[in-house]
Design a protein around this ligand. Structure first.
Ligand code: 26W
Length: 820
């Protein structure tokens, strides 16, 4: 068996020595943070050898490389994950223990690398893990934000954002690579020149530029010596580059460039599914894309001399539309720097770029104002104009007289650059992230494009890595699975989980399974006691909804239902009620007022309910502060019920749903996103499904919505809950506090439609599904079986499966082997 952590004693000496040279201290004197640093550097030492060996394998085997281009990589912590993938976790824990150091404690010293918002960023991180584990050559390309996703504090029930200074103690795993720095240019104007042979040249002048400097983070594959690279770019002022002759000695300009460099990578935009049209964001996009593409082309050219064959060795996967400027940047390099003609360049580009769509939310679509775009990226804009001109010609040719098509499909329209259209036109593949989502893209959102180019469209249902979300997050269950299956192979082949079904009717196995769940609930309860000061009973049903806060995800439906339950308990104290703990975790975009009101409401309800002694602790509500990858692992492991209650059709896939399933929590959800496939795998009897279907939602939407006031008038229990938003019950007497939420449900004036997300429409069905949850939970054997079957049926949802599908259908990569 491969064991990279050498001899234990050598490792211990290394840690001791690191503490000494880094901090001039002994192990006994060092702080936990210093020990974290010392241990991480010792681990990095080992990783570096495999990293070098992987580079050597790249050079010798010349595999095709996928560049996963993403504005976001939500990596979380690295230390524990690296140890898991090096198969050294237990040995290292033991060695540290002998030194009087607790591995868990020092793991907690590592800040999350939170370079992402939510689903899309975490998916990118899972994909990198799977790519390295499966032996594929891949680079993650992104931005080294100085500040990642903001830290959330809850003060007086309100969300307060504070900066995430994740680099303040340094990042032991990263490697600065100044030798690969690139220049990226913004603004100015394009001068056209003709050379002696009459060839046209486009020269950008009077531009501002920054130096892009890459930092590499190792991506350790599981038990295979493969170490891939996440390359994130930092910006520095250009000073040691040659300025234009025109600019030389221009002090003012030097200062501006200093500012540009500082601003560009300063902070991750905390918007999820909402496009704000900020110029700085476009700068961020072009900055990391230009640097990454320049580098990929340069790397290709060091070993290949025919640029036309680029698509045989390189593929750029664009994670949503955020990196789509890649299309035009690659064209620019091929045209202006490689001197190719338009057709050749287009041929190469359209066989190299592929696009993944992650949302149908209209407000998430990126459309840049043409004046902004052309001012910032003049040459890139010219190229997009030409792409658009040719595409429109093609539409007119294929659909003569149909100007509606042109209006709907053009890349440049109504003063805007439509990034999704550019991605589809230039991409050789367009994929959605769950079966239902892809169908909605084909039939609704992207219908015209699907009709014109059906063969580009395909589905790749998302997945998650079991290395982090079971092995690291839930070691008790991981060991149990290994024991029951008699093999560890599920770690790299999750379909083997199916073998657990054998134990679904074995009383003893079920009991073991549930006692592991109980221990994880105790661990979570302990975390909540420490962080929230709230005592919760691990015997109660842990009902968990953790994800970004968004109206379409319907945290409001969940909390309204808690208010409804509270009313029931108060009114019928005699009725038996199984104790429930409702746990929420969510960050709201800083500018998303209504989302923030929902957080405040959840906290107000928690305040009232948790402090009402008359209900004997039957109901508890907890809002987890600063939900993030590291505490998510505890939440998935400790959950009984997985809340996946988005308005059908709105959640492209969801990936949290899969993490809960893996950890044995049945889904309480709508037929949306990947929930549909979860139900297919586990059986509808092992989930709690409710609510409108996506077809029903879409059909209501096409007919102007529905009238929530009818429901309000006819269902007095619903009315009571809605009224409690404005009668002071949860406003500490203030009736205006939740007026906007009340209006959003009933009043057409407050939004384009009343109850846009069908909360009241689905309320009864949701409450009934919750009753079924309670009934099922009371039957301990039935519940245990259900929970176990969820874990046993999650095989499809490994990101390993997803990546193999991308490789087979889109990327066509070769498998590498790394020899050490
Ligand atoms: C421009 C603002 C913006 C920022 C982020 C627009 C859109 C986004 C993302 C596409 C939002 C996102 O994270 N989408 C989620 O992607 C996951 C991975 O595919 C899916 O599981 C989620 O359903 C989807 O909401």
């Amino acid at each position: 068996m491969y064991n990279p952590i050498f001899e234990k004693e050598k490792f211990k000496r290394e840690v001791t020595n690191n503490v000494k040279t880094l901090f001039r201290k002994s192990v006994e004197e060092a702080t936990p943070q210093q020990l974290f640093q010392a241990v991480s550097y010792a681990i990095k030492e080992v990783i570096i050898d495999d990293w070098i060996a992987t580079q050597k394998a790249y050079n010798e085997q010349d595999p095709k490389i996928v560049y996963y281009m993403s504005m976001e990589f939500l990596m979380g912590r690295a230390l524990g994950n690296n140890l898991i993938n090096m198969t050294a976790y237990k040995e290292v824990a033991e060695a540290l223990d002998e030194m009087g150091i607790d591995l868990n404690t020092i793991e907690d010293e590592e800040p999350d690398a939170a370079l992402g918002n939510g689903g899309l960023g975490r998916l990118a991180a899972c994909f990198l893990d799977s790519l390295a584990t499966l032996g594929y050559a891949a680079y993650g390309c992104g931005i080294r934000y100085r500040y990642g996703m903001f830290k959330q504090k809850i003060e007086d029930g309100y969300q307060i954002e504070t900066p995430d200074n994740w680099l303040k103690n340094g990042n032991p795993f990263e490697l600065r690579r100044p030798e690969y720095a690139r220049e990226v240019r913004f603004g100015g104007n394009i001068r056209v020149e003709y050379d002696e042979v009459g060839k046209t040249h486009f020269v950008q002048e009077h531009y501002e530029s920054v130096r892009a400097v890459p930092y590499d983070m190792p991506i350790v594959g599981y038990n295979n010596h493969m170490v891939n690279t996440l390359r994130i770019w930092d910006a520095e002022p250009i000073v040691d580059f040659q300025l234009d002759e025109f600019d030389r000695g221009d002090y003012h300009k030097a200062v501006e460039q200093e500012n540009l460099a500082k601003n560009i990578v300063e902070v991750l935009y905390p918007n999820d599914n909402h496009y704000a049209g900020k110029e700085l964001r476009l700068k961020q996009q072009y900055f990391f894309i230009s640097a990454s593409i320049q580098q990929a082309v340069a790397k290709y050219k060091t070993t290949h001399d025919d640029i036309h064959k680029l698509p045989e060795k390189v593929t750029f996967q664009m994670n949503d539309t955020h990196p789509t400027v890649a299309v035009a940047e690659l064209m620019r390099i091929l045209l202006d720097e490689e001197g190719l003609g338009w057709n050749e360049a287009w041929e190469i580009t359209t066989h190299t770029c592929a696009y993944t769509n992650h949302t149908i939310m209209a407000e998430a679509l990126e459309k840049w104002p043409i004046d902004l775009f052309s001012r910032l990226l003049p040459r890139v804009y010219q190229i997009i104009q030409e792409i658009d001109r040719r595409f429109v010609e093609q539409i007119r040719h294929q659909y003569p007289g149909d100007e509606g098509k042109v209006k709907r499909m053009a890349i440049l329209m109504d003063g805007q650059v439509k990034m999704a259209h550019l991605a589809i036109v230039a991409g050789y593949s367009v994929n959605g992230v769950a079966a239902l989502h892809t169908e909605i893209l084909k039939k609704q959102e992207l219908r015209d494009f699907y009709e014109m180019m059906p063969s580009k469209f395909n589905n790749k249902t998302n997945g998650i890595t079991q290395r982090r979300f079971l092995m690291h997050g839930n070691p008790l269950l991981a060991d149990w699975v290994t024991d029951k299956l008699g093999t560890k192979d599920w770690i790299t082949d999750l379909s083997l989980m199916d073998g657990l079904k054998e134990w679904a009717d074995d009383g003893e196995a079920l009991q073991e399974f549930m006692s592991i769940k109980y221990k994880n609930k105790e661990r979570l309860a302990q975390y909540i006691l420490e962080h929230n000061g709230i005592e919760i009973d691990p015997r109660s049903i842990f009902d968990v909804q953790v994800k970004r806060l968004h109206e379409y995800k319907r945290q409001l439906l969940n909390i309204l239902h808690v208010m409804y339950l509270y009313n029931q308990i108060k009114e019928h104290p005699e009725k038996s009620f199984y104790p429930r703990t409702f746990i929420f975790g969510a960050k709201a975009s800083a500018g998303y007022i209504r989302a923030k009101q929902i957080i405040k409401l959840i906290n107000s309800v928690a305040d009232v309910v948790n402090n009402d002694r008359s209900i004997n602790g039957k109901l508890k509500v907890v809002f987890i502060e600063d939900y993030r990858v590291s505490n998510a692992e505890l939440l998935f492991a400790g959950a009984d019920v997985s809340e996946q209650i988005s308005t059908a059709s709105k959640e492209a896939s969801g990936t949290g749903n899969m993490k809960f399933m893996l950890n044995g929590a049945p889904t309480l959800g709508t037929m949306d996103g990947a929930n549909v496939e979860i139900v297919q795998e586990v059986g509808i009897e092992n989930a709690f499904i409710f609510g409108l279907s996506s077809d029903e939602v879409i059909s209501y939407e096409q007919n102007g919505g529905y009238n929530p006031v009818d429901i309000y008038n006819s269902d007095h229990e619903i009315r009571r809950v809605v009224d409690q938003l404005v009668d002071g019950t949860y406003g500490y007497g203030n009736r205006e506090m939740y007026r906007d939420l009340y209006n959003s449900l009933l009043n057409t004036k407050s939004s384009s439609r009343a109850d846009m997300y069908f909360i009241l429409k689905d309320f009864r069905a949701y409450a009934e599904a919750q009753e079924k949850v309670e009934a099922a939970y009371r039957d301990r054997d039935r519940w245990a079986r259900m929970a176990l079957l969820n874990t046993a049926s999650c095989g499809k949802f490994s990101s390993d499966r997803t990546i193999e599908e991308y490789v087979k259908d889109i990327w066509h990569l070769d498998k590498l082997t790394v020899e050490v």
